[in-house]
Each structure stands twice: as C-alpha cells, then as structure tokens.
Design a protein around this ligand. Structure first.
Ligand code: DC
Length: 219
C-alpha cells in the first residue's frame, strides 16, 4: 500500500512549501490539491461560465483534464487540457474566484476521486483543506498547519511579489479573510483539523524548523 502523508491548513500557513520539501526528502510525490481547484477555476473564467451555476460547472469538470506533474527539483507543473498553466493559476483573478468552484459539492466529489486515484499508485505528501478529513481519512500521518493572520498575509504578499503582481496589502487581507471564511463554512469538505492530525503553529518557525518537526513525526 502506498504511504500517504496529509497536510491541511488555511492559505499562507506554509503548506505548499513544507509539503513540497518533505516529499522531496522522503522521495515521495507531492500533490497540491489547491492547484487542481485553481486549474478548473481558470477554465471556468476563460469559458465565461457562471460561477454560481453548479450544473454547468460540474459538466465542465467532466470535460476537463488536469495533470499535476512532479519535476526533478520537486516542484509541480500543472496542465489544464495539456496547456501548462502553472503560473497562470497563481494570479489574483483565479485566487479571488476559486472559492466559488471549491464550494460546489459535485465538483468536490470529482476532485476527491482524482486525488484518491493519485494515492493508489504513489507514496504521496498531499496538501489541501479536506485531505485528512475527507480525501484520505486513513492516511499514515496527518498534519494541520496554522499561523497568525498577519503572518499569513505577509507570506501571500511575498508570493504575489514573486509573480510580479502588483496587489495592495488591503486586497490580500480582504481576499484571505474571504477565503478563510469560505473554506471554513462550506457545507462539504470544509477546512477543519482532523481529530488525529498533529497541529503545528508555524507563526514563529522557519521553514526548516517546520520541515524538521514534520519529519520527526514521520520517522
Ligand atoms: O491552497 P490554495 O490556496 O492553492 O487553494 C486554492 C483554493 O482551493 C482554496 O481557497 C480552497 C480550495 N481548496 C479546497 O477547497 N480544497 C482543497 N483540498 C484544496 C484547496
């Protein structure tokens, strides 16, 4: 049976950085489930789809191929119907709209199927919001990362700056508040710490310190 390590937590808690690096050190495959929701959101935006219309969006996902391909350096490339959208899905338009897509139960059902499929053939470190609670409730180890709101905002600001996107602190704060609220209150697959997940507050920890803590619970 492949080994499954899950990392859940809110935006900016450090999940992606930690999951990617832990996967690399363990020789596991890294799976970023947020990237899957982002890729579908990009497709819906481009198709001018009504983001409130769940029927047509569920239809859209059935006609969509999302591939997440691990690179030699441990990073991921995300392909939407064979097009490389790795950079595009991180931009603020997708970030602002992704919650509409992520709250639709029929979309989540399809995403969960794809994610479980991935875990059948690979040892994985998989990060998201509902991974330890819904997608892989029997995972070998579960983590829940959190950090103070302002620290998460600053990390997200840094991400946008790296992308060369000009976005104000206020916009990032507002987006994070909205996404936290949407993530925690949706009826299906809300962001929640699994009962058996290890909680790590990353507010005052360096990336290396978090990685070492995570690895210490795995080995
Ligand atoms: O981790 P991220 O910021 O790239 O995730 C983008 C959005 O996707 C996030 O706002 C919530 C949603 N998401 C989700 O609902 N379930 C997951 N397992 C992963 C992400």
């Amino acid at each position: 049976m492949p080994k499954i390590i899950t990392i859940d937590g809110p935006a900016g808690s450090g999940k992606s950085t930690i999951a990617r690096e832990v996967a690399k050190r363990l020789g596991f495959t890294y799976l970023d489930t947020g990237a899957m929701y982002r890729a579908l959101t990009l497709k819906a935006i481009r198709a001018n789809a009504n983001l409130e219309g769940s029927e047509s969006l569920i239809d859209l996902i059935k006609k969509t191929k999302i591939d997440i391909i691990a690179q030699k350096d441990g990073s991921l490339k995300v392909f939407l119907d064979k097009e490389d959208v790795t950079v595009e899905i991180r931009k603020s338009l997708v970030t602002q709209k992704v919650s509409f897509i992520a709250k639709i139960p029929g979309i989540r059902t399809e995403m969960v199927k794809l994610q479980r499929q991935f875990g059948k053939t690979n040892d994985i470190v998989v990060e998201g919001r509902d991974i330890g609670t819904v997608v892989f409730p029997n995972a070998d180890r579960k983590f829940y990362l959190d950090a103070d709101f302002n620290v998460r905002v600053n990390r997200r600001m840094g991400d946008f700056q790296t992308l060369g996107q000009n976005i104000s602190l206020k916009e990032v704060e507002d987006d994070l508040k909205k996404r936290d609220n949407a993530d925690m209150t949706r009826s299906v697959g809300p962001l929640k710490q699994a009962k058996d997940a290890i909680l790590l507050d990353t507010t005052n920890l360096s990336i290396e310190e978090v990685i070492e803590k995570v690895l210490s619970y795995i080995k």
